[in-house]
Write a protein that binds this ligand. Structure first.
Ligand code: NCD
Length: 296
């Protein structure tokens, strides 16, 4: 795989993703005693909140024998003094071997990659893309369904601002699936991104339309991306997976997490609710990605 950075999911072919998943499966069998990346350092620059993405990247790097430095709050860095992303990453380049960046601005990872020679991984750029989430999402689907082709996949919630959905839809262009978009009118999958979709899709507003799917991918309404807070209040409870609804579906229930109110806690007890397993898969897929970028 000739991959230098991981900026958009379209950087990966189907073969690239699948060879990464084979490697992730190997790491899943044994996450311990890897020393391949001893002496290598990962820089994590998180300008937006994160739990799973940052910590699973750190865990992945440490499990590969490497170490990590960086910040989880840009407020304690020189960003606070007005430093640009370009200057920050150019400086970091002499301290680390690979950079993982999350930023509220679309294109931040791409700009970073243009200013350094070391690999850059996009850990989320605004409402745009979140390619490594897609890698773990697809890995989770593959592992549970043994395939992706032929599945009916419902994407539910905030399809306008949800970057995980944007990347997942692009990745699914490498497969033959049927998509169902379920969202309130205000949070529909953006028209400007629709030309990208190669699979058949339907759009609905009622979550009941998702119940006969093979995969039900729930998402949080992205409160922080709303210009008008009253608009958020109006739509925040529009697509909720209640326990009663969840009991009526055999679909594999996924969620990138964090969850707010869109999946009732009782749903966690159902055997088809896989979101915590999904979060765990973030470690193996990120180990595979880091190893591909700097371990080979
Ligand atoms: C997602 C994100 O940051 O886009 N979280 C994650 O990385 N697992 C989803 C979200 O914040 O809703």
């Amino acid at each position: 795989m000739m991959l230098k950075n991981c900026i958009a999911i379209s950087d990966f072919s189907r073969e690239d993703m699948e060879s990464l998943f084979s490697k992730a499966l190997e790491f899943e069998k044994s996450t311990e005693n890897h020393s391949k990346l001893r002496g290598k350092i990962m820089g994590v620059l998180f300008y937006e909140p994160s739990t799973r993405t940052r910590l699973s990247f750190e865990s992945a790097m440490k499990r590969l024998g490497g170490s990590v430095l960086g910040f989880a709050d840009a407020g304690v860095s020189s960003v606070k003094k007005g430093e640009s992303i370009a200057d920050t990453v150019r400086t970091l380049e002499s301290y680390v071997d690979i950079i993982v960046i999350r930023h509220p601005l679309e294109g931040a990872a791409k700009v970073s990659a243009e200013h350094v020679d070391i690999p850059v991984i996009n850990a989320g750029d605004g409402g745009h893309e979140h390619p490594t989430q897609t890698l773990l999402d697809l890995y989770t689907i593959m592992k549970n369904k043994n395939k992706v082709d032929g599945l009916e996949i419902a994407l539910c919630g905030d399809l306008k601002y949800g970057r995980t959905v944007h990347s997942l839809v692009s990745a699914l262009n490498n497969y033959n699936v049927k998509l169902k978009f379920i969202s309130p009118e205000e949070l529909k999958f953006p028209n400007k991104l629709k030309p990208r979709i190669k699979n058949d899709y339907e759009e609905h507003s009622n979550i009941e339309k998702a119940l006969d799917s093979d995969v039900l991918y729930m998402t949080r309404i992205q409160k922080e991306r709303f210009a008008d807070p009253t608009e958020y209040e109006r739509v925040k409870d529009s697509t909720v997976l209640t326990y009663d609804l969840a009991k009526r579906t055999n679909a594999m229930i996924m969620h990138p997490l964090p969850r707010v109110d869109e999946v009732q806690y009782e749903v966690d007890s159902l055997s088809n609710a896989v979101y915590f397993e999904q979060a765990k898969n973030g470690v193996y897929t990120r180990m595979a990605l880091i190893d591909t970028l700097i371990g080979e």
